[in-house]
Design a protein. Structure first.
Length: 215
């Protein structure tokens, strides 16, 4: 079953269906396309091989009057949009129109950035602690978190430093990313034991001097 179907915009807006069908009939036509996309058999509205849904069932499923369904089906058959037989309702040219997705799929896959697999543990730890102590990061902050994750990983810093830095910022009542960065930077330069003794004072931290979007 598909999660979506393709709709031809130009044909829907200025094609013959716009002039030959009433607004209600056009709605039924688009519902029929959705049913065909939701079927186990691509482009065929049917419960199984060699069987078809009764029209009253289709009308009830679409929540429309049976009379409206019948007149729409008749118009669709006259305009060669559908073929109805013992195997169900077949959408004419379904493969031609809907297979465009499959044709373009290799090109879309080439355009996608390479998958990196699971999230880096340092990035995950920074994001988790940021959410817990500060809030939802902006796109800019997410980029900074990724950069800091790379820096900490390159320095082979223990991941526990991340939690400890956010915790220290919270204890000092400065739940601010700039202050957390200053703590981590101090530990990277001096080592955690010496850095803790020389942690940035809350009154002079960059967080209190420079306005920040997560304040």
């Amino acid at each position: 079953m598909r999660k979506w179907i393709k709709l031809w915009v130009k044909e829907s807006l200025i094609g013959t269906i716009r002039f030959d069908f009433t607004p209600a009939e056009r709605g039924v036509w688009f519902d029929l396309l959705a049913l065909a996309g939701n079927s186990r058999f691509d482009g065929v509205i049917a419960p199984g091989e060699g069987s078809k849904y009764p029209h009253p069932w289709i009308a009830a499923t679409l929540d429309i009057p049976l009379e409206l369904l019948e007149q729409t089906l008749e118009k669709c058959q006259q305009s060669r949009r559908i073929i109805e037989d013992a195997d169900g309702i077949h959408i004419v040219n379904w493969t031609k129109y809907q297979s465009e997705y499959q044709r373009q799929k290799p090109y879309r896959q080439k355009e996608k950035p390479p998958q990196t697999g699971e999230t880096d543990p340092y990035t995950a730890a920074l994001a988790r602690n940021y959410h817990a102590e500060i809030g939802i990061p902006t796109a800019t902050i997410e980029q900074e978190l990724a950069a800091w994750a790379s820096q900490l990983k390159k320095a082979n810093a223990p991941r526990e430093w991340i939690h400890d830095a956010f915790k220290e910022a919270a204890i000092n009542n400065v739940p601010n990313w700039n202050y957390v960065k200053a703590i981590l930077n101090s530990w990277l330069e001096q080592g955690k034991e010496r850095g803790e003794n020389n942690s940035p004072a809350p009154t002079t931290s960059p967080a209190l001097q420079i306005p920040n979007e997560d304040d």
